[in-house]
Design a protein around this ligand. Structure first.
Ligand code: FPP
Length: 246
């Protein structure tokens, strides 16, 4: 595709370290085609596969995707079951290639609530890729940011009660270490597909200074090009972190 004059190009020296994605719009994509919502999720899985590869190729260090929220259990059981099966299938089919590409898979959230076959696939993926040093691929599963923050607060309260730390010593760094993302930098860029301008209980602590890009593209239509566009938009932002422009 020929590049138009003045059309911005990606700056390889300003690649975001951590990209988070709310993969939204699978249901609407399916509705537009008069096919079941589940088919939208399946098409969404194909997009995810392409995006993981593209992130790796761009040199993004961490990709975090919102795959299943603590609130998604409210959906009809058929849809929930389908999503669980899809997740197990994704792990089964993609694990070898991800491992070969040195991708480290991690799960954010309490996946003990998932069905047994899903848990087995997840455990296998975590164990197999544990020592990999390439792209960190975080899958948020049964994830809710309020739950994550509350869990951290409970752990901290227990540590204070046990005399391991004093309340007045608690700071943001200590608190961050109790979150599922411990040791990882906060997302630089959060992308939400399908036009909704909401955070939906995703990474509430970590996105304090994250740049948000909302695209109208429905997740199953989201491609490498959309990812590159979002990165270029991010690169044009003036990040001030509450201070002044450099
Ligand atoms: C939101 O679309 C999407 C989800 C709740 C699930 C995301 C899941 C995938 C992309 C499938 C593959 C994931 C893995 C990890 C294998 P929606 O159903 O809310 O869409 P709508 O708002 O248009 O109804």
């Amino acid at each position: 595709m020929a590049r138009k004059k003045d059309q911005p190009v990606i700056d390889k020296d300003k690649i975001p370290r951590h990209v988070a994605i709310i993969m939204d719009g699978n249901g609407r994509w399916a509705k537009k085609r008069f096919i079941p919502r589940t088919m939208g999720h399946r098409a969404g899985m194909a997009s995810l596969k392409k995006v993981v590869k593209a992130c790796d190729e761009l040199g993004i260090a961490i990709l975090t995707v919102f795959a299943f929220s603590t609130e998604n259990w409210k959906r009809p059981s058929d849809e929930v079951n389908y999503l669980m099966q899809l997740l197990a299938e994704f792990m089964r089919k993609e694990l070898d290639e991800l491992h070969q590409n040195n991708v480290r898979i991690q799960v954010l959230g309490d996946y003990r609530a998932m069905p047994a076959d899903c848990r087995i696939e997840i455990k296998r993926a975590l164990e197999m890729t544990r020592a990999n040093t390439g792209l960190i691929f975080n899958i948020a599963l049964n994830y809710g940011a309020r739950q994550e923050i509350m869990d951290a607060a409970k752990q901290l309260a227990a540590q204070i009660a046990a005399g391991e730390i004093k309340a007045e010593e608690v700071n943001e760094e200590i608190f961050s270490r109790l979150l599922y993302t411990k040791g990882m930098p906060d997302p630089d860029l959060l992308i939400r597909s399908s036009g909704e301008k909401r955070i939906s209980n995703f990474m509430l602590w970590q996105i304090a200074y994250t740049e948000l890009v909302v695209t109208d593209t429905l997740w199953p239509d989201f491609s490498e090009i959309d990812l590159i566009r979002a990165v270029i938009e991010y690169q044009q932002r003036d990040r001030k972190f509450g201070g002044l422009s450099k």
